[in-house]
Design a protein around this ligand. Structure first.
Ligand code: GLU
Length: 527
């Protein structure tokens, strides 16, 4: 290895893993072209543990797997990793699937869409793991360990006292067949451990470049079957990646130090390991960690807030790289754009920070995209606004101004101004939907109101703009000898029934010419 590229990380505190990762200062990109040269079918997997709900980091991992698969005519598998039965959260598995569906990141094979290599839930694959561990035992690559929790605990404490890395001392590797038979006959509790090889392991990470990690120096032989008979994540993960014919593993960087161990297991079986790409952490804009417990990183939070799925996907792809330059020119990219421009070689090897402000912009762009380019979605937006208005102002049902053209005009006006559809039914904009109940205002007469409506009809087309309307309002007040502020008060009341609110010219712009005229005529009729 070129010594210039070596970055030896500072040793970590002794009670955590000590890692010596030898990273290139900048990953070598020779192998990273937009389409990787592969001779095999691309099969990737998203493998969440149902110990919580989906959050932004998980969504990014799922999305990048999906984009990688789709840009290589490959398949995405959803595999549920539920070997840690104690940490299961009820309903989490279903929710993860629903969230993926909502986001449009649909797997090709999953517990809900069986494929050739199922089942896709690890707890349904115990027979497979049992069979596979037997092979390792027969080949002398795994062994029974009878060490008690008490002994392991003492080992840990002793290591801490001596300021060493706490690790299992591999004692049971050396038991004789006679000792093993005796302990088994005594029904002693046991687990099964994998024999780590002591030489340095290295692999080529598609994002980080060459990684060298001395796994056996940093940990004892790992448990692969727990004393309750269930496999550990590390073992199940390797067996499944092999039998599900996974060609590339794209997962969070927190798993990078486990990869050499996984590769050793592949080799012990005589299997070819997949290629690995570890995705850097996703962080908040201030560099703090996103946590599963923070409500605002869960997908449901964004859904309830009115963020569209595509907007959320666009938001999480705004930082951290992963796309060629072509994507920058697209306003409101859609999934097919993300697929077309995805480039695994362009994913940054440092953590990505999410700038929360971009989320609103992405949502606005998505609303605009739907209105302009997708008649069906535009229609759905109109219906959604009608539903929201009815829900919000239900007590004034008879008095609502909800014809579809009006709703659509408002939506078009709003694309640059609102973040989420809900903004349209908030207090300040209620006048858009709720018709005024006649006006008690006596400042101007019915005739002047009608005259005002007539001049709007004759002098204006649909290009109602605030700046020009302001001039027009002033001129009209002058011509009719009415004090300007009183005139404004009167028109505001005719348009909205409100004594305060947005400026009159602005209100007129939002309502548009036809609605303005209609409301003025209505006010005149009620005088
Ligand atoms: N079950 C692991 C997790 O939830 C997946 C790790 C992997 O992709 O290998 O993070």
């Amino acid at each position: 290895m070129n010594i210039l590229f070596q970055t030896v990380l500072k040793p970590l505190p002794i009670n955590s893993y000590s890692i010596r990762l030898l990273l290139p200062a900048r990953p070598l990109r020779r192998f990273c072209t937009r389409r990787l040269e592969t001779t095999e079918d691309v099969r990737v997997r998203f493998a969440p543990s149902p110990t919580g709900f989906m959050h932004l980091g998980g969504l990014r991992t799922a999305l990048f797997n999906y984009l990688f698969a789709k840009s290589h005519e490959g398949k995405l598998i959803l595999r549920i990793e539920d070997t840690d039965q104690e940490r299961l959260v009820e309903g989490a598995m279903e929710r993860i699937y629903e969230d993926l569906k909502w986001a449009g990141v649909e797997p090709d094979e999953s517990p809900w869409k069986e494929g050739p290599y199922g089942p896709y839930i690890q707890s349904k694959r115990y027979d497979i793991y049992k069979q596979e561990v037997k092979k390792l035992m027969e080949d002398g690559k795994a062994y029974y360990c009878f060490c008690t929790e008490r002994r392991l605990d003492l080992l840990r404490k002793e290591a801490v006292r001596l300021r060493q890395i706490p690790k299992y001392d591999n004692k049971c590797r050396h038991l004789t067949p006679g000792q093993i038979a005796e302990r088994l006959a005594r029904n002693d509790k046991f687990c099964i451990r994998f024999k780590l090889d002591s030489k340095a392991d290295e692999f080529q990470d598609l994002i980080y470049g060459k990684i060298v990690y001395f796994v056996a120096q940093n940990e004892g032989d790992p448990v692969i079957i727990k004393s309750d008979g269930f496999p550990t994540y590390h073992f199940a993960n390797v067996v499944d990646d092999h039998y599900m014919k996974v060609s590339h593993v794209l997962r969070g960087v927190e798993w990078q130090i486990s990869t050499p161990k996984h590769i050793q297991m592949f080799r012990a079986f005589g299997w070819r390991p997949p290629q690995y790409a570890h995705l850097p952490l996703v962080m908040n804009a201030n560099g703090s960690k996103l946590s599963k417990r923070q409500g605002d990183v869960q997908l449901d939070y964004y859904r309830k807030m009115g963020i569209f799925p595509q907007a959320l996907l666009n938001f999480i792809t705004q930082s951290g790289g992963g796309f060629d330059r072509g994507l920058i020119d697209i306003v409101g990219p859609q999934m097919e754009d993300l697929i077309r421009h995805f480039d695994i070689g362009k994913i940054n090897a440092h953590s990505s920070r999410l700038n929360a402000d971009l989320l609103k912009q992405c949502n606005r762009e998505e609303i605009e995209h739907q209105l302009k380019n997708c008649p069906e979605k535009a229609e759905a937006l109109v219906q959604e606004v009608i539903r929201m208005v009815r829900h919000e102002f239900g007590d004034q049902l008879k008095n609502l101004d909800l014809d579809e053209k009006h709703v659509r005009d408002v939506l078009e006006w709003s694309t640059k101004r609102i973040d989420v559809l809900q903004d349209l039914v908030k207090g300040k904009l209620s006048f858009l939907w709720v018709l005024p109940h006649g006006t008690k205002d006596k400042t101007i007469s019915k005739d002047i109101l009608l005259d005002f409506a007539n001049s709007l009809t004759s002098e204006w087309d649909n290009s109602f703009t605030k700046a020009q309307l302001s001039k027009f309002l002033k001129a009209f007040a002058q011509r009719n000898n009415i004090a300007f502020d009183l005139f404004m008060k009167s028109i505001r009341s005719s348009l909205s029934g409100l004594s305060e609110g947005p400026g009159v010219a602005e209100m007129m712009e939002i309502l548009g010419r036809d609605k303005t005229i209609e409301r003025i005529q209505l006010a005149a009729k009620r005088k």
